[in-house]
Ligand binder design. Structure first.
Ligand code: GTP
Ligand code: MG
Length: 202
């Protein structure tokens, strides 16, 4: 898919105020600092469409971007960030769960995980949460530039092993690096394919 246009639409903490209508949308979620905003910039080839930062907790709101005037790309705040209080740390921020529970327009979520780390409980918990809610998701491994190919394979394998303990199959996954422009076409083609599946056939 060629990105002809990518524009910021709005930021919200209230799901009820997110764009109306049934334009298909795709959400990017994951731990703080995993590289969600950077990935969005890589996918759209826009350097600073989504705000990035070396400090975790940069994205605090639900951000809608419209791509090719056809679909929404949604940048969400990270979960599992320690600056929130102990009680809220245990659960995912309420407006994040409300987002997933109420956005009927959501076609699929992309859960981003840092390829350098072993499977983390909070990511597995989030996958479990989406799975139980019947919300489709894919995994996007980020920061692949930080590891050698063999280590990448090993870390993906660790994920497969742990997910296959609870799931019948490994979800779709992508290996990406925003700094090295890796994985862009794979993710965009996947979105393109899902978008075409939704168009009524004449
Ligand atoms: P929050 O909005 O705080 O939840 O973070 P985020 O997930 O949106 O992460 P963001 O895109 O702001 O990136 C966090 C840090 O990781 C920044 O310092 C980025 O430069 C760095 N980063 C993101 N993607 C990559 C990547 O593919 N490779 C490398 N080496 N660094 C990356
Ligand atoms: Mg961000």
């Amino acid at each position: 898919m060629k990105i002809k246009s990518a524009e910021f639409v709005m930021s919200n903490s209230d799901v009820a105020k997110c764009p109306k209508g049934m334009i298909p949308e795709y959400a990017f979620i994951g731990r703080s600092n995993v590289g969600k905003s950077s990935l969005i910039n890589m996918l759209t080839s826009r350097k600073s469409l989504a705000k990035t930062s070396g400090r975790p907790g940069k994205t605090q709101l639900i951000n809608h971007f419209i791509i090719n005037k056809e679909w929404y790309l949604v940048d969400l705040p990270g979960y599992g960030y320690a600056r929130v209080s102990k009680t809220t740390k245990k659960i995912f921020q309420k407006f994040i769960t409300q987002y997933f529970e109420r956005r009927e327009q959501l076609v699929t979520a992309f859960i981003l995980v840092d390829i350098r780390h072993k499977p983390q409980p909070i990511d597995l918990e989030f996958m479990q949460y989406l799975g139980e809610g019947g919300i489709p998701f894919s995994i996007i491994f980020t920061k692949a530039d930080k590891l050698k190919p063999k280590a990448i394979d090993n870390h993906v394998e660790d994920y497969k092993n742990i997910l296959l303990e609870t799931w019948t199959e490994m979800p779709n996954y992508f290996i990406t690096s925003s700094s090295k422009d890796i994985g862009k076409d794979d993710v965009l083609s996947y979105i393109d394919e899902l978008n075409s599946n939704m168009k009524p056939t004449a």
